[in-house]
Design a protein around this ligand. Structure first.
Ligand code: SP5
Ligand code: ZN
Length: 347
């Protein structure tokens, strides 16, 4: 790869996958994971001369099945039979063992934890295609690529073992990690730079001593989604052998405070001595993102990409959030320019 080039993988499913709505506090609104997000990234990658774009076609099912429960997979697969144009948002969430025993099997709400994440006849196919991209990206690392980028859409880091949430259905990052373990990797690091805590990825990493999960995100105690996880005192199943590093930040913070946490997250990863790094790369940290969590500007993503690549570990960059379709593509490009830069300034 020449300087400024990186293998970028996408599936054509992502160019048609188009969830319509979400419900926030009783208000129906357009779903944030618009198809325009994929177009924004694709066109910016093309314009910037990131020419080496491949279409992914790896069958990731064995690794999807290791990360998610059979019941959840059966439920998601069943949504493929929905009528064209039909879209469901769960409206009832069975929460006690009694409820689950009675209606859990048939109730979409059992497999969901919010009203932001709809299902339609396209959901399963697109989610499989997205996870396939992550697996294909991981395969590139095994083939000796120093870094790769995957345009995973739908995103993945909020997907739990048996529940969808936060626009996520399959945990693309956990699935890629599982694939890497099955192909001889022994220590995998995950850095989550989406503005929201990667609760699904943390759940998967929690009791895996050969995984380190480090995440920088909006403080859940400041009413930032997903509200119930991402605190600094979540250390993993064995606190003596810490493998979870959460760096919550107050909403509104800018680059200086953000970068301090990046430095600390990277320090933790370095000390873990991973063989490979997966970055859950969200760009909803940008100042113009509709979720308005942080105050980062586009050029900062280049510094961030450079800082991460200086770890010198084979790295797969996996797309997560980022919802301003005017800026998303250029933010991804700025980040990848940093990732692929051979040298340069660093803050
Ligand atoms: C992958 C990813 O970035 N998922 C993000 C999920 C966020 N879900 C919506 C949270 C709604 C928070 N409150 C909205 C305030 C509107 N002014
Ligand atoms: Zn996010």
């Amino acid at each position: 790869m020449k300087e400024g080039e990186i293998k970028a993988l996408y599936s054509t499913e992502t160019l048609t996958y188009s969830p319509q709505k979400e419900i926030h506090l009783g208000q129906t609104m357009p779903n944030h994971d618009s198809v325009a997000r994929a177009h924004s990234i694709m066109s910016a990658l093309g314009q910037a001369g990131f020419v080496d774009i491949h279409i992914s076609s790896v069958a990731g099912m064995p690794w999807i099945e290791q990360v998610h429960s059979a019941d959840y997979l059966r439920f998601l697969r069943s949504t493929s039979n929905m009528s064209p144009g039909q879209e469901i948002l769960p409206s009832f969430f069975p929460w006690t063992p009694d409820y689950i025993a009675t209606i859990g099997e048939d109730e979409p709400g059992y497999y969901a934890y919010d009203t932001y994440t709809p299902v339609s006849r396209d959901t399963y196919r697109s989610s499989v295609a997205s996870a396939n991209c992550a697996v294909a990206g991981a395969q590139l690392l095994l083939e000796g690529e120093k870094s790769a980028y995957v345009l995973t859409r739908p995103p993945g880091h909020h997907a739990l073992k048996d529940k969808m949430g936060g626009y996520c259905y399959f945990n693309n990052t956990a699935i890629a990690a599982q694939y890497l373990f099955d192909h001889g990797m022994r220590r995998v690091a995950i850095l989550d730079i989406d503005a929201h805590h990667g609760n699904g990825t943390q759940q998967w990493a929690w009791d895996r001593p050969n995984v380190i999960f480090a995440s920088i995100h909006g403080n859940p105690d400041a009413n930032i989604y997903p509200y119930a996880s991402g605190r600094a005192d979540e250390l993993g199943a064995d606190p003596q052998n810490r493998n979870i590093y959460n760096f919550p930040l107050q909403p509104g913070v800018g680059e200086r405070q953000y970068h301090n946490k990046v430095v600390r997250a990277i320090e933790a990863i370095k000390q873990f001595h991973p063989e490979v790094l997966l970055v859950s790369a969200g760009f909803d940290t940008h100042r113009d993102d509709p979720f308005k969590i942080f105050d980062l500007c586009t050029p900062y993503y280049q510094i961030l990409g450079m800082k991460i690549s200086k770890l010198g570990i084979p790295t797969l960059h996996i797309q997560e959030g980022g919802y301003n379709t005017e800026t998303l593509g250029e933010n991804v490009v700025a980040y990848l320019k940093g990732v692929t830069a051979k040298s340069g300034a660093e803050i």
